[in-house]
Ligand binder design. Structure first.
Ligand SMILES: Nc1ncnc2c1ncn2[C@@H]1O[C@H](COP(=O)(O)OP(=O)(O)O)[C@@H](O)[C@H]1O
Ligand SMILES: [Mg+2]
Length: 359
């Protein structure tokens, strides 16, 4: 649906330039809810603004299904059709491309002096639709986001969640196939966040809407994304299926994100501050159970088999994309050889074992 190839975008003059997007390549398939996660300043907003050409990339190529490719060179954009002919990107084509991508933002960007109706009707103004048609479309959109009763309200009379619903309706007015969401839930309380994420999921299913969802919260990715890319310093450092990335994070920053959302990351802080209280001579290990072994009673089995004490300090269980993912921090006590054998056995059973500290 969207394919980015070696996309670059810098800001500022040569020696003080910031590489906001650094050689990013990724592929979003039709129907994906594709999460892009990273800390503040990682380049997420710039990347998403490059996707809909609000920002002109310095170099690289963007392909959007049904449009051909747009490539960039020295601040100029070129369009290449499927047979390979290349020409400068025209305003008209740019408009068509943008029309296929709706966008929502953290702070909603509604017109404060306009009613809900007028906000949603705004992008339909130059669509050639008549008044009655526009009204019918706005009503349909309000139905879709479940906000019919607020049609004549002003943004100041709405809650954050309701404002985001208006913004979503407006973004979908022209029937785009793609929705770009830049921190759309970051200004909302947990309940509103949940209901907006639920709505996005429903729209994805109902309309086969492809969603690119930018967030600094791994919990958001966990809730609705099928794939995720992790960004750091303008680069995508890791990408893949959400389950795979969460169960076997590779990059340090991904591990940090995953830990902060499961709660297991607390162990590192606890060890830093209270090492002697926690490990006291045992081997501290971290176990990750994926969907193939989450149901097995491995702890008691290992404990019996090798005569070791397995002292559970922290645990978590999450359901990701419909599959369970479990994590445990365990203190193993007993003969050194028995501990080793116990760990080897767990590995054999497809549990991912990491030794945090050897006592
Ligand atoms: N218009 C701009 N002018 C100069 N620097 C910018 C501009 N937009 C973003 N940046 C810089 O690019 C980097 C990435 O920013 P941004 O894409 O907003 O990150 P994120 O959305 O992940 O927080 C930051 O260092 C930021 O200061
Ligand atoms: Mg941002």
């Amino acid at each position: 649906m969207i394919e980015l190839e070696a996309l670059n975008k810098s800001f500022g003059a040569k020696d003080s330039a910031v590489r906001a997007v650094d050689h990013v390549s990724l592929q979003v398939n039709e129907g994906d809810i594709y999460g892009i996660v990273g800390y503040s300043g990682a380049g997420k907003s710039t990347l998403v603004r490059c996707i809909n050409l609000l920002e002109l990339p310095d170099s690289g190529t963007i392909r959007v299904a049904g449009f051909g490719a747009v490539s960039f060179e020295n601040g100029r954009a070129f369009f290449q059709n499927d047979s390979g002919a290349r020409e400068a990107l025209t305003e008209k084509r740019l408009k068509l491309l943008r029309r296929d991508m709706g966008m929502i933002f953290q702070h909603f960007n509604l017109l404060d002096r306009s009613t809900v109706f007028d906000n949603i009707a705004y992008p339909l103004k130059h669509s050639g639709m008549g008044k009655a048609q526009i009204r019918a479309r706005v009503l349909e959109l309000l139905e879709l986001v479940d906000l019919r009763e607020k049609i004549n309200a002003y943004p100041s009379e709405l809650s954050g969640g309701q404002k985001q619903r208006v913004a979503i309706a407006r973004a979908l007015a022209n029937n785009p196939r793609i929705l770009l969401s830049d921190e759309a839930t970051s200004a909302l309380d947990p309940d509103a966040t949940e209901s907006i994420l639920h709505l996005l999921k429903e729209l994805n299913r109902k309309l086969n809407l492809t969603i690119v969802l930018i967030t600094h919260e791994m919990a958001v990715v966990k809730a609705i994304c099928s794939k995720v890319a992790v960004m750091e310093n303008g680069r995508v450092v890791e990408q893949g299926e959400v389950y795979k990335v969460f169960s076997e994070p590779q990059a340090t920053i991904t591990r940090k994100f995953v830990d902060s959302s499961s709660g297991l990351g607390r162990i590192n802080k606890l060890i830093d501050e209270h090492a002697n209280v926690i490990s006291g001579g045992g081997t501290l290990i971290r176990l990750t159970y994926n969907k193939d072994c989450v149901g097995d009673a491995l702890i008691s089995e290992v404990s019996r088999r090798y005569g070791v004490n397995m002292n559970i300090l922290l645990g978590s269980l999450e359901i990701l994309q419909g599959s369970p993912l479990g994590g445990l921090i365990v203190l193993v006590e007993g003969e050194m050889d028995a501990r080793r054998e116990a760990i080897r056995y767990l590995c054999e059973k497809n549990v991912i074992v990491e030794v945090i500290e050897h006592g």
